[in-house]
Design a protein around this ligand. Structure first.
Ligand code: BEZ
Length: 237
């Protein structure tokens, strides 16, 4: 019965929605989300619990990439349903005692939200009762500079995230926006991009006849080259 009640009060934001607003206490002071991040990309991500091994390996990895994300115009904000003093003690332990894949002495400088009430976790669909009723799953929300949710990825408690993939997602989203294209499977900067389907028979014929700056294998499958440096510049912009 308790699970049924929990299911009812959990909301699930969707792609294209405005990121739900909230104020929170973090390890870096109070924040108003997403308002404080307007004009930049921001990744809001949750982890199940402080003082757990998979989460610790994730924080060491993500903290080590924070500057890379910042250089791409993207801030990081973490969350779990632990309290502020637990967060502070855990982050200190990570810095003083833990190493992962050769990285040690790692300082986590991005804000980590305390959410003992689970208000934010519930608002963002991070509590998924089939997985766990008292811990957030590993959720990742990519929110764009106007505060819209552009990508959501959920991982179960047992599965540590691939942070290179999260960076690739950010690069792909920014490239799609900057060049009005889509990115195919396993795309990386420098690879060809996908051009949207032709809107009219004339356009489709021009494409197939090679009159446009693209290669078409069929009317619906057209790609074109993008200069890698231009892509990397757009990603940093
Ligand atoms: C972990 O981060 O190691 C973890 C957290 C919750 C459940 C299982 C693993």
């Amino acid at each position: 019965m308790e699970n049924e009640n929990l299911k009812k009060i959990i909301s699930m934001p969707r792609l294209g929605d405005d990121a739900p607003s909230f104020s929170a206490v973090t390890t870096q002071g109070d924040i108003n989300f997403p308002e404080d991040y307007k004009g930049r990309w921001v990744i809001l991500f949750s982890h199940p619990a402080d003082f757990t091994p998979v989460c610790s390996s994730e924080f060491i990895t993500f903290a080590g990439m924070e500057q890379q994300f910042k250089d791409a115009g993207c801030d990081l904000v973490g969350l779990s349903v632990d309290g502020l003093y637990s967060h502070i003690a855990w982050l200190r332990t990570i810095k003083e005692k833990l190493s992962y894949k050769g990285n040690s002495d790692v300082e986590v400088n991005f804000p980590l939200i305390e959410d003992i009430s689970m208000n934010v976790a519930k608002m963002y669909g991070m509590i998924q009762p089939g997985e766990d009723t008292t811990k957030a799953v590993r959720a990742v929300f990519f929110i764009d500079p106007v505060g819209k949710i552009r990508t959501i990825i959920y991982y179960p408690l047992s599965l540590g995230r691939n942070f290179d993939e999260l960076y690739r997602v950010l690069q792909a989203l920014k490239t799609a926006d900057a060049f009005d294209v889509a990115t195919p499977a396993d795309w990386r900067p420098g690879d060809d991009v996908i051009v949207g389907p032709a809107g009219s028979c004339g356009t489709a014929k021009d494409r197939m006849d090679g009159k446009e700056d693209m290669t078409c294998q069929d009317w619906f499958f057209c790609s074109k080259k993008l200069d890698k440096d231009a892509v990397l510049k757009a990603v940093k912009g």
